[in-house]
Design a protein around this ligand. Structure first.
Ligand SMILES: Cc1ncc(COP(=O)(O)O)c(C=O)c1O
Length: 389
């Protein structure tokens, strides 16, 4: 490799100056100075969304443990905790590392962890923060305990229940009770409660259908809690729920904490569901793109594509503009169709677009530009970006 580099340098007659890429924005910049494509967060709306969910949870005496997989950004987690969240959830062990480094001290890995490398990392984190982890299998539990012993670390454990999602989780109360007994026998792990999350019902469009589905989930959880009660098992924590079912979860009488994540941002997929009168979340997260080509009277091309936005929940929607919609998302471009020439933006126009799904969109960016009014207030690194191990 060194030879190759040298050969290239030798073939270059003039001295090469190292070119630094300018920052995407600087605090104090006007929004028009932000480079594109970029991810921007409207702080006034974001803070309103945080307060709305926090107040909802507190009004019902339920803890809020926001899911940090939605944003992967410690600056955001710290603000959620400052408002009253008890801690955060992460979905992967490596994802938790930047949050612990930033000072978050209570993290639920809302997932099963298998493999000695991951367990060793979890043990090291557990020496610095209160770590909780899900289990649904006796072998995995034994491996978890053994690794904690090796590192002289302690973790609390939630038994994950499959309450209809058909993903991870024990299938019967008997299995759950057997795991509780095993946890009690094993060193350096302690039983904290259960996780009961049903992702499949979060985006059900109609309020009534979502409520029915949430009620069904609650009935399933109760079967487990009744079995625990009959076996004299104290289940202190019932953790689960998401943005779509939060209003039902907090009032259910079974959840002690909710794990909502997307509420802070309100992507277009979530905005499309029926929210009734109960809650009002607004879009705080936008993609910023520049119109880089206007090849026909009704077409504009923006400089952001699949490398800047997820599209599995639909193409991003153009914000604040009538008669303009996104009809195609390519690697580096999105194609916008205007209903008339009058609606087509001019070359160089900055456009805000609402991502279809916030979680994978955050994961595509190094930082989020936090704006207030017309100015940049801060640039926050998305430190857990790409940490999926
Ligand atoms: C285990 C778990 N809890 C909570 C959430 C948060 O859901 P939402 O972003 O819909 O609020 C998710 C999201 O996928 C999840 O997987």
């Amino acid at each position: 490799m060194e030879d190759v580099k040298q050969a290239v340098l030798d073939s270059e007659p003039q001295k090469i100056e190292k070119v630094a890429i300018p920052p995407i924005a600087r605090p104090g910049d006007s929004i028009s100075a932000i480079d594109t494509p970029s991810l921007i967060l409207d702080l006034d709306v974001f803070e309103d969304n945080l307060r709305t969910m926090q107040v909802l949870a507190e009004r019902h005496g339920v803890a809020l443990r926001p899911h940090a997989k939605a944003h992967k950004c410690p600056e955001i987690a710290l603000r959620q905790i400052a408002l009253g969240a008890v801690g955060i959830c992460c979905q992967k062990v490596s994802e938790a590392v930047p949050f612990v480094a930033a000072g978050v001290r209570d993290i639920l890995i809302s997932n099963e962890i298998v493999g000695s490398g991951k367990l060793a990392l979890l043990a090291r984190l557990a020496k610095q923060a209160h770590m909780i982890v899900c289990v649904d299998n006796p072998k995995a539990l034994e491996a978890l305990s053994a690794m904690m012993v090796e590192h002289d670390a302690n973790v609390r454990v939630l038994i994950e229940l499959d309450v209809g999602q058909k993903r991870c989780g024990v299938q019967t109360p008997e299995e759950a009770i057997a795991l509780v007994h095993l946890i009690r026998k094993l060193p350096h792990v302690s039983f904290a409660g259960v996780q009961a999350y049903h992702g499949g019902i979060q985006h059900k469009r109609s309020w009534d259908q979502r409520q029915k589905a949430a009620d069904k989930t609650v009935r399933q959880i109760r079967q487990y809690l009744d079995a625990f009660y009959a076996a004299s098992i104290d289940c202190a924590v019932v953790s689960g729920g998401g943005t779509g079912t939060a209003a039902f979860d907090v009032a259910s009488g079974v959840f002690t904490e909710i794990q909502a994540g997307s509420y802070a941002f309100m992507d277009s997929d979530y905005a499309a569901i029926d929210w009734g009168e109960a809650l009002s979340f607004r879009h705080s997260l936008f993609l910023l793109g520049t119109v880089m080509s206007t090849p026909t009277p009704d077409r504009a091309v923006v400089d952001l594509g699949l490398k800047s936005t997820s599209a599995e929940s639909g193409a991003p929607q153009v914000a604040d503009r009538e008669g303009l919609r996104c009809v195609g998302v390519h690697d580096e471009h999105s194609i916008l169709l205007a209903s008339s020439r009058r609606h087509r933006p001019e070359l160089g126009t900055h456009l805000r677009m609402i991502p279809g799904h916030c979680d994978p969109t955050f994961n595509l960016h190094d930082c989020v530009v936090a704006i207030r009014g017309h100015h940049v207030e801060a640039i926050w690194p998305i430190s857990a970006r790409g940490l999926s191990r």
